[in-house]
Design a protein around this ligand. Sequence first.
Ligand SMILES: *[C@@H]1O[C@H](CO)[C@@H](O)[C@H](O)[C@H]1NC(C)=O
Ligand SMILES: *[C@@H]1O[C@H](CO)[C@@H](O)[C@H](O)[C@H]1NC(C)=O
Length: 306
Amino acid sequence: MAAPLLRLLLAAGPLLLVTADPIRHKPGGNETLPLVMWHGMGDSCCNPLSLGAFKKMIQDEVPGIYVLSLRIGDNIAQDTENGFFMDVNRQVAQVCSQLAQDPKLKGGYNAMGFSQGGQFLRAVAQRCPSPPMKNLISVGGQHQGVYGLPRCPGESSVVCNWIRKALNNEVYTDMVQKHLVQAQYWHDPLKDDLYKKHSVFLADINQERAVNQTYKKNLQLLDKFVMVKFLQDTVVDPVATEWFGFLKTGQSKETETLQESVIYKEDRLGLAAMDKAGKLVFLATKGNHLQFSTEWFNDNLLPYIR
Ligand SMILES: *[C@@H]1O[C@H](CO)[C@@H](O)[C@H](O)[C@H]1NC(C)=O
Ligand SMILES: *[C@@H]1O[C@H](CO)[C@@H](O)[C@H](O)[C@H]1NC(C)=O
């Protein structure tokens, strides 16, 4: 989703220069932690109009920071394609092994996921505690999945129509689950049993089946789990999912907050404990999906990656 970020960058201009640079003067003289980013659907690691430029902006703000923008696959075309068609569990496993092999990440890192990259990085935190993720920043991530694909990038294309059809009709079949990324975080509140039973990714990381104590323990190792919601988001449905809320089960109109959900009330994932400990940060910003100003970014998100 390049356009909003492009707009952000065009708007950036001299704002980038006015922010003070506190990182090199941290008490104790420690270096800033590296930052790992995971792009959203239809985007890639290094698109010069989106994450490529975003990486540069962060490197200007935080001199000396090591930023790793994840590429899934051997090249940029594959990376974009894999955002639609590569089994998410395999993507997460690949990322885990890449992070473990990167000597610069040994001392830990902060993570920032854009859109679906938000829930994918949470899976990394839950499954792969080494090297340690410190802060997880989810920018428009869909932690309870989606029920709708109102604006798939490249909307008029054959691919998007095919994806929509697959999601509406056959989403919980093994065939579609295996091959379609968006099916793996598709959450149909009218087919709750099928979702819980057959969702190969989201139902697993959200502890919809048995509670995996390892996931619960690992997620709580985070210092902060920051979730950004876009108040005028027309891409993600329902928007509540960006704060870990979702549609109430059995209907498709009313939503519930994280705090009202079973996952929280039974504390299946440790989120209630994290909330009590002040580790959950809920941020909202005006604008459509992934649209925020440089000023907002600097004021609200930069503190978590310094
Ligand atoms: C700086 O890093 C060292 C070694 O990793 C650590 O022991 C120390 O607590 C850190 N200091 C601060 C202020 O974070
Ligand atoms: C729980 O998660 C860990 C980490 O991914 C995994 O190794 C383990 O097999 C899982 N346990 C169950 C019962 O699924």
